[in-house]
Ligand binder design. Structure first.
Ligand code: APR
Length: 229
């Protein structure tokens, strides 16, 4: 595969989904090997479950954290991190882009490494296998800073994503099935904003907005397409 000539592009956005981390060992939700259905969202990953039994939900997320800590970013993450001026808009909560060195990362669905208190508004970065603390100074349980099913996305995060996407001229969608909204609308938004849109996916999403679809994995394609930078 030829290396992409980037001389005509000034603002690049990498839009990533679960497939971006698949070669790091973090399973996707959908597609081949997807884990959707392997655990009960109603029991472990929604606001109602948290309100019912917070310890159980926090314990489940601690397990996810330990699993992710055993995984490492791959070459594809590093290629993206090497393009320091590019923005990353990700649906992933695993922090793998940051571990590879990316600094401009917009996390649409929050992060496994963040806690917040819905009672008093306290927020906390919390990195590690176990949570440093499960309760806020105000006495309430801290809640994983993740967008669960049924949650509304953080408006300020959405605005930042909309801003970088509307002004990009190259949009690279990687490893997303394109079925979860509002992120699913981003390729069309980028296309309408005038960006050249590329999809990288071994099982392409079928989204009509991509100008070029590369059937392959993130770890294989990214070093070839953007290699040597
Ligand atoms: N490289 C690139 N893409 C891959 C790879 C790989 N190595 N392996 C799998 N894929 C692709 C699959 O073909 C599929 O299209 O990654 C995609 C994964 O799709 P999903 O699991 O649906 O991931 P995503 O689109 O990020 O899901 C969106 O749904 O439940 C949620 O909140 C969760 O953020 C997540 C959201």
């Amino acid at each position: 595969m030829e290396t992409l000539d980037l001389s005509g592009y000034r603002h690049i956005v990498f839009f990533t989904g679960a497939g971006m981390s698949a070669e790091s060992g973090v399973p996707t939700y959908r597609g081949k090997g997807g884990t959707r259905g392997s655990y009960s969202i109603g029991e472990y990953a929604c606001q109602e479950a948290f309100e019912r039994v917070p310890e159980k939900v926090l314990g489940f997320h601690e397990k996810r954290r330990r699993f992710v800590l055993d995984c490492e970013p791959h070459e594809g993450h590093r290629v993206i991190a090497g393009m320091a001026d590019a923005a990353v808009v990700t649906q992933n909560i695993d922090g793998m882009h940051q571990r590879a060195g990316s600094r401009n990362v917009i996390e649409l669905h929050g992060s496994l490494w963040r806690l917040r208190c819905d009672a008093c508004g306290f927020r906390k970065e919390d990195y590690g296998g176990t949570y440093e603390t499960l309760q806020c100074g105000c006495g309430a349980w801290l809640r994983p800073g993740i967008t669960w099913f049924g949650d509304v996305l953080d408006a300020s995060v959405m605005n930042r994503a909309a801003e970088v996407i509307s002004s990009c001229d190259l949009f690279v969608g990687i490893g997303t099935s394109g079925v979860v909204w509002p992120a699913a609308g981003f390729p069309a938004f980028a296309h309408e904003s005038g960006a050249y849109c590329i999809e990288i996916n071994p099982e392409p999403s079928g989204a009509a907005s991509y100008d070029r679809v590369i059937e392959g994995t993130a770890g294989e394609v990214l070093p070839q397409l953007f290699g040597g930078r």
